[in-house]
Write a protein that binds this ligand. Structure first.
Ligand code: SAM
Ligand code: SF4
Ligand code: F3S
Length: 467
């Protein structure tokens, strides 16, 4: 049974104890933490909670691992390349630990939920003192305290714990854009994907808690809030009475204020016309739909266990285009799934041409230990997959360039996010999540402005302030 529980008082108490221990060790100086995050926004949101807890334990943050008393890598397991990067970067800490033996090095996140990875860290990286999986976040204070005080290595994975923990302090990285997790885990078991194994079963946060967190974010000045989940469209499963995602986002939309609301990720099998209608009729929901299709071939989609076909995908996209004429569509796509032929791949290319995506996240299939696809016959060579991949990138570049070029002359509402590289220039995003650069003063950062689009360079627009 899954329940919603508050992080316990004893965990909060550990944060005070850590502050005392570190204050003695650092002779009153504030301890420094370096937190590096790999992977998706879910991991970014988790790191923000870890930083929230570290902040309550008296830590400040540094961008330089060399200065830190505590180093944490929050890891991602989605592709082999992501894991290799983590192993490489952890290996590089060996010398630092030799020079500064008092540093505590810790690893957490999706990779650490895999038994073989935790074992490899245990056996081959003896300078790593603390390892914990995604299900143990609410016990981080206790684990950190034990590693600091007992001086023994602490390893914890607990993927039987399927509860939702609330009340964990959060320290968000930005003040304009913020992530708001609405659910954790995934029940879909796409045959290529490791996420359900490392993040556990899908579990939703209570709508009342999400609404009050959204209200707090809006009141404290966030202008761009993204609701997070692996499949937001199935939000509410397991809660009684069962809320729906359209209902939830519709309610958040009624909170007064000047802000945009985004969400990711939508799974096409559960993306309803009701959701599209909610976006079309809303005041704050951005005109952007991230709807990963993964492959344009029905045969491959079936082997991926995606539970929709090309036609169903196109039906929902066409409905979105009809109800929201300016909708900006983005997607994820995998090239070289086991058994995919060049003809299947051509179906993917024809789908991206038919839809006209603003941008794509493109991946070459990476076999993941323990997933069904890792056992499937995969006769196409990596070189061949590389050629298909480049063909995909070239095709998408043309599509994105044409889409951006069609925006020249338009007046766009833009959220001003930061300085651009060039002095005197600012960088912002449209509701469709397209980057726009224009001349302007720093005082505009964090506000919505209207910008006339004057030029398009591939997927970046340039413009002039309209006021
Ligand atoms: N839940 C989201 C969905 O279903 O669209 C996606 C989450 S996953 C973290 C992000 C993307 O990584 C997926 O959409 C997929 O394109 C890609 N991906 C996942 N597993 C992969 C694998 N084994 N090889 C290559 N790409 C993969
Ligand atoms: Fe992975 Fe599929 Fe779940 Fe997305 S929906 S996280 S791709 S299993
Ligand atoms: Fe990676 Fe875990 Fe996200 S595997 S992509 S960090 S859910």
């Amino acid at each position: 049974m899954r329940e919603t529980l508050m992080m316990s008082d004893s965990q909060m108490e550990y944060l005070n104890l850590i502050a005392e221990v570190m204050s003695i060790r650092k002779r009153g100086e504030e301890p420094l933490a370096y937190v590096r995050t790999y992977g998706c926004q879910q991991n970014v949101a988790d790191s923000e909670r870890i930083k929230g807890m570290l902040g309550k334990a008296g830590y400040r943050f540094t961008e330089n691992a060399e200065d830190a008393d505590f180093i944490l890598f929050n890891t991602c397991a989605v592709r082999e390349h992501a894991e290799d990067r983590v192993f490489g970067n952890v290996g590089a800490l060996k010398n630092l630990k030799r020079r500064h033996p008092q540093i505590l090095i810790a690893l957490c996140g999706c990779m650490m939920e895999q038994e073989h990875v935790a074992k490899r860290i245990h056996d081959s990286f003896p300078f790593v003192g603390l390892v914990f999986g995604t299900h143990c976040m609410h016990r981080f204070p206790e684990l950190l305290y034990k590693s600091l005080v007992d001086g023994t290595r602490v390893f914890l994975r607990d993927n039987d714990d399927q509860n939702v923990y609330e009340g964990i302090p959060t320290s968000r990285d930005g003040q304009i854009k913020g992530w708001l997790p609405i659910m954790y885990g995934c029940d879909n078991f796409c045959t290529y994907c490791i996420v359900p194994y490392v993040r556990g079963r899908e579990r939703s946060r209570e709508p009342g808690i999400i609404l009050s967190e959204a209200r707090e974010m809006i009141e404290s000045g966030y202008k761009d809030i993204t609701l997070l989940g692996q499949n937001v469209n199935s939000y509410g499963k397991g809660l009684t009475p069962r809320p729906t995602f359209s209902g939830l986002i519709g309610e958040i939309d009624r909170i007064p204020g000047d802000y945009w609301l985004r969400f990711m990720t939508s799974h096409p099998k559960d993306c309803t016309r009701e959701l599209i209608d909610t976006i079309a009729d809303s005041e704050h929901i951005s005109l952007h739909l991230h709807l990963p299709f993964q492959s344009g071939s029905d045969r491959v989609l079936k082997a991926m266990n995606r539970h929709y076909d090309r036609q169903k995908y196109l039906d929902i996209v066409n409905y979105a285009k009809q109800r929201i004429p300016d909708v900006s569509l983005t997607s994820d796509v995998i090239v070289g799934f086991p058994g995919e032929t060049y003809e299947d791949f051509q179906q993917t290319l024809s789908l991206i041409r038919e839809v006209g995506f603003t941008s794509l996240f493109t991946f070459i299939f990476s076999p993941r230990n323990g997933t069904p696809a890792a056992q499937m016959d995969d006769p196409v060579s990596e070189e061949e997959k590389g050629r298909w991949f480049r063909e995909l990138l070239d095709t998408q570049e043309e599509i994105a360039a044409a889409r951006c070029a069609s925006m020249v002359g338009r007046l766009e509402k833009v959220l001003v996010e930061e300085r651009a590289k060039k002095p005197g220039r600012l960088c912002g995003r449209t509701s469709g999540n397209i980057i726009v650069e224009f001349d302007g003063d720093d005082s505009l950062i964090g506000s919505f402005r209207h910008v006339r689009i004057t030029r398009a360079r591939n997927w970046i627009l340039t413009g002039e302030l309209a006021e």
